[in-house]
Design a protein around this ligand. Sequence first.
Ligand code: AMP
Length: 284
Amino acid sequence: MIIFKQAETLTTYLQKQKDNNQTIGFVPTMGALHAGHLSLISGCKKENDLTVCSIFVNPTQFNDAKDFEKYPVTISDDILELERLDCDILFLPSVKEIYPDGTASAKVYNIGHLETILEGKFRPGHFQGVCQVVEKLLSVVIPHKIYLGQKDFQQCKVIQRLIEILELPVELKIRKTMREPAGLAMSSRNMRLNTTEKEQALAIYQSLKLIQKKFKHIPFQQLKEESKLKLQSNGFSKIDYVEIADAQTLEISEVYETTKNYVALIAAFLGEVRLIDNLLLNDY
Ligand code: AMP
């Protein structure tokens, strides 16, 4: 695996590969790699000649300074994992490399209602930061395909929108959420949970499964209330949201319509750790 720290050097290298008809797949991450990230890398390797992974903990997408400070960093283990998977290229830039003129963005991305619902509502500015970094990363790598996890469902919608706004010739591939055997969605933030909290965290997946089982028969409001109670009784100290939304548009839905597909989404805190997960309800 070749490690690049400079954007320009990477762009020049990849341009040469593209001139030789090599296809480029890109997997952006913030590191602390787990099996979810690794499944994106493996999928990317199958569908492209060259796989580029980036590790960059992007300061502009953290609306909470403490969350940023405590974000796990495990670079040497990450490199070993990427080498084991035979990833071709790792882009490991510094903050200065990504934001040579500072982190303040002059640009506002028009992502519509995605800005003000769910993650957008509870993490103001988060998706502007995501758009800022993804635009930069895409301009450096200029991949044919970009791979994202369904785990961050709203982020997938935002990046799809960004690709449309910027009219980029890149194909977005969304891969399913990798889970621990009992159902907990893999996440870098799980490293901050102790054994008891990991057990308690299962209540998120169990709530999503319960909603999936009942969403055609029980009013959404009632399902959301039941889920909140379940989370609270399993030690979740704060619940940002339990919502059911149209899986296509991500508009929040109140009643079931037979013609639509739905997704249930949860964000809640166990102690200081904020966890998110979602489930496509029609997928079973
Ligand atoms: P992150 O490092 O958390 O920014 O995640 C990098 C990419 O990995 C994003 O596209 C995430 O959606 C994806 N990802 C995170 N967790 C999982 C998971 N459990 N399964 C599949 N993909 C994931």
